[in-house]
Unconditional design. Structure first.
Lengths: 135, 138
């Protein structure tokens, strides 16, 4: 288990591209930008009260990345009793970058991936800030 | 008197597991069914909406006959759907389907390439077959 890391959870919504953009931004963060500092787990494991996933979330700093205003990822984390340390929404980033329209729901294309990179960068800044605060 | 019969839609609920390649596969296979194989007879819902959503969303599995699609044997989608919405008509586990058909799972959880297409097709065909069974039985 990745104890001591910032846990970043995307909603991975399946109905719109926002869910895939958030998911890809989290992968970029945990695999490329901050592999030593950040990790992720399956959000659905929290829905089934999986003890290992719950412990990971409860013992660490948590950031949620939701696609839309339903805030599914944040609400799922908070349903375990843990308050998230930070929560971001893809739709807000999209409002600031309306030109970056994804091509499809899972096939984001170049504009969609530009938004992914922006969000991943934003996430890495958030990780750095929360880690600094924790020290 | 004419009886108006509502067309039946089947709900597909993938687990979307972020940790594993098979979780990514649940997304691609489900979207293939929703967009290409059975676009007129399928709908979907984001799994965490069972917690975050309202009564309408929680009633999803009571409104539609459902198929859950899980990446692994933890069966998060099946268990959540049973617990929070209603019993799914069929439950598919991607790792089992791939093993049964001798198809290799994807190597990356992040992105699927052309060499992963057989795995996507295999799981999508399994889901579409179950959709047809539900539609046939009503």
């Amino acid at each position: 288990m990745d104890k001591g890391k910032v846990v970043v959870l995307p909603c991975s919504g399946i109905g719109k591209a926002y869910g895939e953009i958030g998911r890809q931004a989290v992968y970029e963060l945990v695999e490329d930008l901050r592999p030593e500092e950040a990790t992720t787990t399956c959000l659905a494991r929290l829905v089934i009260d999986d003890p290992e996933a719950k412990a990971l979330v409860n013992d660490n700093i948590v950031i949620t990345m939701d696609g839309c205003t339903q805030d599914c990822a944040r609400k799922c984390v908070e349903s375990t009793g843990k308050k998230v340390d930070s929560s971001l929404r893809v739709i807000e980033a999209f409002k600031d970058n309306r030109g970056l329209k994804p091509e499809g729901i899972l096939e984001l294309g170049e504009p969609g991936f530009k938004l992914v990179h922006n969000l991943a960068q934003r996430l890495s800044e958030e990780v750095d800030c929360l880690v600094r605060k924790e020290k | 008197m004419l009886e108006i019969v509502k067309p039946i839609k089947v709900g597909i609920i993938p687990c979307n597991g972020e940790e594993i390649c098979e979780g990514t596969l649940t997304r691609f296979a489900s979207r293939k069914v929703l967009d290409k194989l059975r676009p007129d007879s399928t709908v979907t819902i984001c799994l965490p909406l069972f917690i975050a959503g309202e009564k309408g969303e929680r009633n999803f599995a009571k409104t539609f006959p459902t198929i859950t699609v899980d990446g692994c044997n933890k069966r998060c989608s099946q268990i959540s759907t049973e617990k929070l919405s209603g019993r799914p008509r069929f439950s598919i586990v991607v790792s089992d389907v791939l093993k049964e058909h001798g198809v290799a799972p994807p190597e990356s959880r992040r992105t699927l390439g052309s060499k992963d297409q057989p795995a996507v097709d295999c799981v999508a065909d399994e889901i579409a077959g179950r959709v047809d069974e539900i539609l046939k039985s009503g």
